[in-house]
Design a protein around this ligand. Structure first.
Ligand SMILES: *Cc1c(COP(=O)(O)O)cnc(C)c1O
Length: 427
């Protein structure tokens, strides 16, 4: 269904039911030249409406002062209610299992206070090797906080020698092997570097079978792939909203806590007044009484400005519809593979190794450049194609369904094609 012509790319764009959603975003332009932005996995683009939504909250602040918590069309006190329904669809949870609060690493610490409870022999944590640094530091310092030694407690599952990604069977086996000492299994939903999608359902089952709690960092998964946190029986999760969820730099984060814990008094937590039972919060009484939902994990007064930016972004997800986004995401991803494998196949030696597995698909593709890596990256920059470069030779790109086009993917491949032709001419 694909060929390598630019006409094919243009036809795919023409037939794309989401093609108009690009106009809902502000595309970066450098020196007047619109960029090809493949960094939605790092900082999603700004929705056009975000400015208006922020302005509305500034106006409320201006007009009502503190009374804006209670007055106007969307009083700040109830603003959160509008966010959790669209968000719960994105992560596959009940609305009352979702809370919008804080930032990702902060939330992970708070969730580990509740769900990492080392006791007796059960002290170990199983996680992925080479997790995002913040997650590593979070685990390390949580373990130390309990007076334990990270080197003894944290068990990392690595790819096998000569392989780039981690096999599910190795995760399951590691869990089985440590099952009598296991307190927690904590993984990313998608590895930030390799783009590997982990089988969260199977990992959750293996962790539970071993008597451990299971949680996920969904920074690269939320707004990217389908999630079924509740049905997979995941205990807890958190994500940032500035990557695929387009809610702005340092945007407010989200967390999921399975409903079975909401009224479980054996699960400890660090509390603040914003998690107190809503009806009686402002009586300011002694003794913490949690809201009996995920909101009971909130601590502090949230920012209406961050809520507004998040709402602007979530609305676009609702309008586009998740199913259409999935179809386009997969098609974009297949198209990247088609064009790059075609290039590989026409060289005497491969130029690209895919770090990201072919399946299951997600927006991100991580490429290990066997040749011409830096040349390619520089040519991309010169042509206004924004991708991520990781030493020594990794290019990560993430065409996203809401604002990227097939023609942009074609341009990316075409730049590599041109470099290869030049190399031949120079040889
Ligand atoms: C982006 C990312 C983070 C960032 O955490 P913040 O607290 O939002 O700065 C953490 N973990 C993973 C896996 C990420 O991809």
């Amino acid at each position: 269904m694909f060929d390598t012509s630019i006409d094919c790319a243009r036809q795919l764009d023409e037939k794309d039911p989401l093609k108009n959603f690009r106009q809902q975003f502000l595309i970066p332009a450098i020196n007047g030249k619109q960029q090809i932005y493949f960094l939605g996995n790092s900082l999603g683009l700004q929705p056009v409406r975000t400015k208006t939504y922020l302005q509305q909250e500034l106006d409320k602040w201006q007009n009502y002062g503190v009374e804006a918590f209670f007055m106007g069309e969307q009083p700040w006190l109830h603003y959160h209610d509008q966010l959790i329904t669209p968000l719960s669809k994105i992560v596959g949870a009940h609305p009352h299992e979702v809370v919008v609060m804080n930032q990702l690493t902060v939330n992970l610490h708070l969730l580990l206070v509740s769900f990492y409870r080392p006791q007796g022999k059960r002290i170990k944590i199983i996680c992925e090797a080479k997790a995002f640094p913040s997650d590593q530091y979070m685990l390390e310092t949580q373990v130390k906080h309990h007076g334990l030694n990270p080197a003894e407690v944290i068990v990392e599952v690595s790819p096998r020698n000569g392989e780039n990604t981690i096999r599910l069977e190795d995760i399951q086996q590691t869990i089985e092997q440590h099952k009598d000492e296991l307190a927690l299994v904590f993984f990313g939903g998608i590895n930030y570097y390799t783009g590997q999608v982990f089988d969260m359902k199977a990992i959750t089952k293996a962790g539970h079978d071993a008597g451990a709690k299971v949680g996920f960092d969904l920074a690269h998964a939320a707004g990217n792939i389908s999630l079924q946190l509740h049905n997979w029986d995941v205990d807890f999760a958190s994500w940032c909203t500035y990557k695929y969820l387009n809610s702005g730099p340092g945007a407010i984060s989200g967390a999921y806590i399975h409903e079975r814990f909401h009224n479980d008094t054996s699960v400890p937590r660090f509390a603040g007044w914003w998690g107190y039972e809503k009806e009686t919060r402002f009586l300011m009484q002694k003794g913490f009484k949690p809201t009996p939902t995920a909101e009971g994990w909130q601590l502090s007064t949230p920012s209406a400005l961050l809520y507004a930016a998040h709402k602007a972004a979530l609305e676009i997800f609702e309008e586009a519809g998740w199913e259409k986004m999935e179809v386009k995401r997969n098609l974009l991803n297949d198209y990247v593979w088609f064009l790059l494998e075609d290039i590989n196949s026409r060289q005497s030696e491969k130029v690209i190794e895919f770090l990201t597995p072919r399946q299951p698909r997600n927006c991100q593709v991580s490429l290990y450049m066997l040749k011409y890596g830096k040349t390619f990256f520089n040519a991309l920059s010169d042509a206004g194609v924004m991708v991520d470069w990781r030493e020594p030779n990794c290019i990560r790109l993430a065409p996203v369904p809401l604002y990227n086009t097939f023609e942009e993917v074609w341009q990316f491949a075409n730049i590599l094609q041109q470099i290869l032709q030049q190399q031949v001419q120079h040889a």
